[in-house]
Structures are given as structure tokens and as C-alpha cells.
Design a protein around this ligand. Structure first.
Ligand code: PEP
Ligand code: MG
Length: 751
């Protein structure tokens, strides 16, 4: 856009920024456009739920209240139907022309309508008109298009006009699968976000208040975790214990101390410390750890709420208490903490909708464990208390005030889903054997203490991927050898004689450790990570190897897995160091043994190396998350390109089947530990290729085991053959979905 156009755009935006509410803002935008682009009319229309266009604001039309253009009528309707810009002169000569009575519209000889699009749907139209028959220039069209993108966002979040019940579909991401119907209950507690800069005259008083607050919060968290243990279950109380650990973290405490000592009030000190730690987590590229930043915010809000109570300033929100929690409700909020959930009757809580958060948020983990659907990241909440909602956790969407017919359809779905869940949960401790007798081993991915029990409870036959970097990343310094031994031993012991596969630290590059000096890299995913980092930091590597060897002394179920391996030199050096550590321990009289050694297949170039490495390694594990990222050149964590990241891309499927063929030919046991194995459609293709060992998140194990029990491998073999002749991922997915639909109507819940 040329500089002159940008300055005109800035003028319009800064003009509109003076407004405090949307109606006023809409008025200032149309006024600003009229002045800046020298047009005679500028109007903004919003599409209502019956697809009629309601005029929200206009500069230049006469007698405009109220104006409604019926669905599909006129040039404005044409803009909506075609989702195209209409930029013409002599509009009244067009067959689609529709005169809005009493507005004197017929005086205008040029018309330009721009669709306002939000998430691929038209939500309104921006129109400019001139008395002169001159089309709007390309440059002005670009300005209008830019403004339209902003207006679309605002319109989408606008509450329904008074008296009209707002009906719409709100899109987010799936946090927990399943479907639920209920009334909205808004989580309206005070948050640290509302605290502004405040200084205190008395730092000692603030320090004393901080000490008392720590104790009060600790007591309350202990009480809540006892409550959760009793009402919901032991494993979920771990989330509240994580809040306690954060609260006791000396770094966090000293950070608040130091803000107070520079003269800040306790709430302001808390807010700064919370932001500091949240930013630290957010900067991590591992999505699991990134999601932990929410825990810090939740803890901060909890501390602030307790502080407010002790200040006797807390006024119980009359409205939130008035909401009827006797009938099924859906908890909705900007962020929802586990404490919020714990304080409500679990049997009435049917679903969760969160404006922030991601699929790996603790709230999502909690919802999964409770077996209720959750939709995360829906953006600004346009939901009111008591609104009727359908939460579709499978599609990651929420229906706001849905029609009765839709509710009926969903009720049928919910009934089927409940039966299906009961069935899969019952069968999850049975082996996964296909209809034609092929046994598939289904293991769990893990990395934190909190994952151990869910894996076992869901029928995991071992741990196929233990991400050792996670315990390193949640700390503020390197764990000692003894600390590591105790972490690894816990998992080994919990799984008895089942295999536990420890992947050596996959840090560096996009997963830095906050307490080690890392040099910023231009392309971290292609940088110093995994084995490359470890071989440059042999002290850390050797300590970790010794800890794993020690932890597995009396057990023979541990395995070692190498992350991001690319070259033979890396493999040979690693084997040399591993053997040296085993020998070193043996010389000290410790009966250590070299565990089976495998490599992650995640860098595409090593697919061709496997035949050469066959006698040096004991197994391979396909990391389909990174393998897809590197094959497709798509950042797996970048929401901007998430739409294109699809492991069902024919090129990825082809490479996966090449790996399986090579591993089979050279006698290398193989498993798949990337997320794709937990996608039922992708699982069918993997089975067809011959994959007989997978490792997935605990929550998905029952469904995938159930699916395997329905499948005949001959059919899946045919399926992958057909898929490999196809050209795009969406056709391949449809093909897989057709097979799922054949098993029974219940497989609706899988795709
Ligand atoms: C993978 O890349 O598929 C994998 C399992 O490893 P991570 O997700 O930890 O990178
Ligand atoms: Mg990986």
C-alpha cells in the first residue's frame, strides 16, 4: 500500500479510536471513510441470523432508521452471496438493484460493496457510494478491504441487538472430545488483569501481608485438593498440587519480595511477578510447557482473590450466585482455573468453554479426565449467563442459542456417544487384537508425574515415549543425578515389567531451558536441538545416561531413544559414550547394563540411513509430529499455517510406508509415537502400512484400542494402497472416514 494510502487508513482508524462502544465506533468509521475517501455515502451492514442485512451506521443516506435488506436482495445481497467485491457505476441499471425506500439512494451513480468476512463466513458488508459515476480506485479499494478485515472482527463479537436472541456458531479448538448441552455459567471472578500500577508507603506492611497471603493460599489449595481427591479423583488433585509447587517456588517468592521492596503494593508486585513467569513459559516452544503459563495466571488470580477477601473489599458477585447451578451448566470464562471447577457441583458441570487456552491447557486435561467436552481458544466471549449452549468438543465449536431442531439432533448424538464411551472404557484393558488376529501394542506418551496414572488407568501397555525434557523444563535449575534417578525410577516402578522408553533430552533450539545460556537462532527448529545439543554438552548427557542406567538397575524394562538424530557420527559417538558409562559403573561394582537403543525417525534424511544403522540400533520410533513438519516445511506450532499441517499429505504417507517397509526388511522393531497415531483415520492408514506398535496420549488409548479391535488388516492394507494413489490429504481423509463409518454408526464419534 502506498504511503499516502497508509496515512489515510491511519486517519480513519485514529478517528474511530475515540469511541468507547461499538455503535459509536461504527459511526466514526463510516464518517472517517466518507471524509477520507471523499465519497457521498458510507454504510455498514450486519448480517443477522436470518441472513437479512441490518444497517448499523451510515453517513450520507437519508432516513436510515431502521433499514433492513432482506436476504439475497440487491447489490448488497449479491456481495454476501458471491463473497466478492462489487465495484460498479450506474447501480440502478443492474438487474440486482434494490432501492431502499426513503433513503434517496437513487441519487448515487457509483457503488462499491466489500464483504466483511470472519472465519470464512460473511458477517456484514461495507458500502460506499458516490453521486458521480466514478468507480472506486484500486487504492481506495485496498483501504476499504483493510478496514473490512478489522470491522469483521468487531462485528463478530458484537452482542445481539436488544430483544433478539443471538444464534451463532463460535469456533475454537477441541480441548476435550464429546458433546454437551446446557446453560452458560460465566466465571466472573476478579483477576490480576484489572490491577494497575500502585505504590505503597509501607513496604513492611506489604511484606507481612505477602507472608500471610502465602499461608492462606497454601491452606486453601490444600483444602481444595483434598476436596478434588474425594469428589473427582487422586490424579486430578495433582493440578492443584502444581499450583502449590508454583506458590512455594523460591524464585517466584523472591520475585514478589523484590517488587515489594522497591515500593510496590502487594497486588501490583504479584501482577508483575506473574507476568514475568508467564512470559518465561510462553517463550518455550514446547506446547505442553507453553500451556503451563495459564497455571501461573490462575495462581496469580487466586492469590489476588484471597487478598481481596482479607481486605474485606470482596463483594460477592450477586449475579454469579444467582445463576442456577441446579440444572446442567456449561462453565464459560476467559480463563478457567481448576479451583473454579473444583468449587462447583461436578455432576451438573457438563462442559467447558474458554476464550483463551489451548488443547494442552490444564483445564483441557481436567475436562478430559472428567470426561466432559471442552472447547478452548474461542476468542472474546459473546456469551451471556443463561444462554443455551451446545459444546461440540469433537469439532471444537460452540452453538450459541441453537434452534430446537439442532438440540434434538445433538441429544441423539450424546446418547450414542455415552454408550460408545462406556464400551471403549470397558475394553481398554483388553489387548488390541484386530478381527484377523493381529496384535497391536498400544502404549502411552508421558513426561510428567501427572501422566503416569492416567496411562495405566487407560490400559497403556508401557510407555513408548517418555519425554525426559519435561521434568527439566518445569524446574529452575538442572536436576541432579539423584533427582533424575528418582524421577525415572518412579515411572519404571509404576509400569512394572512393561517397557518404558526414555528419550534423551530433546532440548535446545525451540525448546531452550530457561536456566542455561542459549544463543538465539534464526530457525530454531532447524538449529541446535536434540542430540546435537547433547553432544555439545556431554556433561549433561553423561549425567542423564547414568541416571537412567541407575534407575533401571533392578528392572529390565527401560529403553533409550535418541531425539533428532541425523548422522552416523552422532550415533557412533552416542553409542561410545553410552558404553563408556556402562563400563564405568561396572568398574565401580554396579551391575549396569546397556538398555535397548532406538532412534527417533523425525529428520527425513535418516530414512535412507536405517539400512546402514541396522546392526547398531535395536528399534526405531517414528516421531510423526516432527517428521511431518520437516517433510512439509510447515512449523507444527504456528497457528498461521496450522491449516496446511496434515500428516495425511500423500507425501508424508508415502515416506511413512517407506520407513515401515525398510524397518520390516531389516528386522528393526518399529513404533509410531507422534500424535497422528491417536487420530482414528490416520491410525487406519498406519495399520494398513503394517504398524503394530504405537504410543499415544493416555486419553486416546481406549478409543484407538477399540478401533483396532474392529479392524481387519486386509481392509486397511487395501485402504493405504488406494490412498497412496491419491493426490491430496482431504480426499485421503474422506476415504478413511468412509471405512470408519462401515464399522458401526458409533464411529461417527471418531471422525
Ligand atoms: C514427534 O516429533 O513426533 C515426537 C513424538 O516428538 P515431540 O513431539 O516431543 O517432538
Ligand atoms: Mg519430535
Amino acid at each position: 500500500m502506498p504511503d499516502a494510502a497508509i496515512s489515510r487508513l491511519v486517519h480513519i482508524i485514529s478517528h474511530a479510536a475515540q469511541a468507547s462502544d461499538f455503535q459509536h465506533q461504527a459511526h466514526l468509521v463510516v464518517e472517517g471513510i466518507s471524509q477520507t475517501l471523499s465519497v457521498d455515502v458510507c454504510s455498514l451492514y450486519q448480517l443477522d441470523h436470518q441472513q437479512n442485512l441490518q444497517l448499523l451506521a451510515s453517513q450520507g443516506l437519508k432516513n436510515i432508521h431502521p433499514v433492513s435488506i432482506p436476504k439475497g436482495k440487491g447489490l448488497v445481497g449479491q456481495v454476501v452471496d458471491t463473497i466478492q467485491i462489487v465495484n460498479i457505476i450506474d447501480p440502478e441499471q443492474q438487474p440486482d438493484y434494490f432501492y431502499i425506500p426513503n433513503t434517496d439512494e437513487d441519487r448515487f451513480k457509483s457503488f462499491c460493496g466489500i464483504p466483511l468476512i470472519q472465519q470464512a463466513c460473511v458477517v456484514g458488508v461495507l458500502v460506499v457510494q458516490r453521486k458521480q459515476p466514478i468507480v472506486i480506485s484500486v487504492e481506495d479499494e485496498a483501504i476499504l478491504l483493510t478496514l473490512a478485515a478489522h470491522l469483521a472482527l468487531l462485528l463478530n463479537n458484537l452482542p445481539a441487538p436488544l430483544g433478539e436472541i443471538q444464534q451463532k456458531i463460535i469456533k475454537g479448538v477441541s480441548g476435550a472430545k464429546g458433546v454437551a448441552i446446557g446453560h452458560a455459567l460465566l466465571c466472573q471472578s476478579e483477576t490480576l488483569a484489572s490491577v494497575n500500577i500502585q505504590h505503597s508507603q509501607d513496604s513492611n506492611k506489604e511484606q507481612l501481608a505477602w507472608k500471610a497471603l502465602q499461608q492462606d493460599a497454601l491452606n486453601e489449595l490444600l483444602q481444595e485438593s483434598e476436596q478434588v481427591k474425594a469428589s473427582i479423583g487422586e490424579s486430578l488433585a495433582l493440578v492443584l498440587e502444581a499450583y502449590q509447587q508454583l506458590l512455594l517456588d523460591p524464585l517466584f517468592i523472591s520475585q514478589v519480595d523484590s517488587y515489594i521492596s522497591t515500593g510496590d503494593t502487594l497486588p501490583w508486585a504479584l501482577k508483575q511477578a506473574v507476568n514475568y513467569f508467564a512470559d518465561m513459559f510462553l517463550a518455550m516452544d514446547d506446547p505442553y510447557l507453553q500451556a503451563r503459563h495459564e497455571d501461573i495466571f490462575h495462581l496469580g488470580d487466586k492469590l489476588y482473590q484471597i487478598w481481596n477477601r482479607t481486605q474485606a473489599q470482596h463483594i460477592e458477585s450477586a449475579e454469579s450466585k444467582a445463576v442456577d447451578i441446579e440444572r446442567p451448566f456449561i462453565l464459560c470464562g476467559d480463563t478457567i482455573s481448576v479451583s473454579d471447577i473444583a468449587s462447583l457441583p461436578a455432576e451438573k458441570l457438563k462442559g467447558i468453554v474458554c476464550s483463551g487456552g489451548a488443547a494442552l491447557s490444564h483445564v483441557a486435561v481436567f475436562a478430559n479426565a472428567l470426561g466432559i467436552p471442552a472447547v478452548m481458544g474461542v476468542g472474546e466471549l459473546s456469551i451471556q449467563n443463561h444462554d443455551k449452549l451446545i459444546v461440540d468438543g469433537d469439532r471444537g465449536e460452540v452453538h450459541l442459542n441453537p434452534a430446537d431442531s439442532l438440540i434434538k439432533e445433538y441429544r441423539v448424538l450424546i446418547k450414542g456417544w455415552q454408550i460408545f464411551k462406556r464400551e471403549t472404557k470397558q475394553a481398554c484393558h483388553l489387548p488390541a487384537i484386530t478381527q484377523d488376529g493381529h496384535r497391536v501394542i498400544v502404549m502411552a506418551n508421558s513426561g510428567l508425574q501427572a501422566d503416569i496414572l492416567p496411562g495405566l488407568n487407560h490400559g497403556a501397555e508401557g510407555i513408548g515415549l517418555y519425554r525426559t525434557e519435561l521434568p527439566f523444563m518445569v524446574r529452575s535449575n538442572l536436576p541432579t543425578e539423584d533427582e533424575q534417578i528418582s524421577i525415572y525410577r518412579q515411572v519404571i516402578e509404576a509400569y512394572g515389567d512393561k517397557p518404558v522408553c526414555f528419550r534423551l533430552l530433546d532440548i535446545g533450539g525451540d525448546k531452550p531451558l530457561s536456566y542455561l545460556p542459549f544463543i538465539r537462532e534464526e530457525n530454531p527448529a532447524l538449529g541446535l536441538r536434540g542430540i546435537r545439543f547433547l553432544l555439545g554438552n556431554e556433561l549433561i548427557l553423561k549425567t542423564q545416561i547414568r541416571a537412567i542406567l541407575h534407575a533401571s538397575l533392578d528392572a529390565n524394562n527401560a529403553q533409550l531413544l535418541l531425539p533428532m538424530i541425523t548422522t552416523t557420527q552422532e550415533l557412533d559417538r552416542l553409542i561410545y559414550l553410552l558404553d563408556s558409562e556402562v563400563q564405568g559403573l561396572n568398574q565401580l561394582g554396579v551391575n549396569a547394563q546397556r538398555p535397548p537403543l532406538g532412534v527417533m525417525v523425525e529428520v527425513p534424511s535418516i530414512i535412507s540411513m536405517l539400512p546402514l544403522w541396522k546392526s547398531r540400533i535395536d528399534f526405531v520410533s517414528i516421531g510423526s509430529n516432527d517428521l511431518s513438519q520437516y517433510l512439509l516445511a510447515i512449523d507444527r506450532n504456528n497457528p498461521q499455517v496450522a491449516l496446511y499441517y496434515d500428516p495425511l499429505h500423500p507425501g508424508v504417507l508415502y515416506e511413512l510406508s517407506r520407513i515401515v517397509k525398510t524397518a520390516t526388511e531389516y528386522g528393526l522393531p518399529l513404533s509410531v509415537c507422534g500424535e497422528m497415531a491417536s487420530d482414528p483415520v490416520a491410525a487406519l492408514f498406519l495399520l494398513g502400512m503394517g504398524v503394530r506398535r504405537i504410543s499415544i496420549s493416555a486419553a486416546h488409548i481406549p478409543t484407538i484400542k477399540w478401533l483396532i479391535q474392529q479392524v481387519n488388516t486386509k481392509d486397511t492394507k487395501q485402504l493405504i494402497t488406494t490412498a497412496l494413489a491419491m493426490e491430496n490429504a482431504s480426499d485421503i481423509r474422506k476415504l478413511g472416514e468412509q471405512m470408519l463409518a462401515n464399522f458401526s454408526k458409533e464411529t461417527n464419534y471418531l471422525s
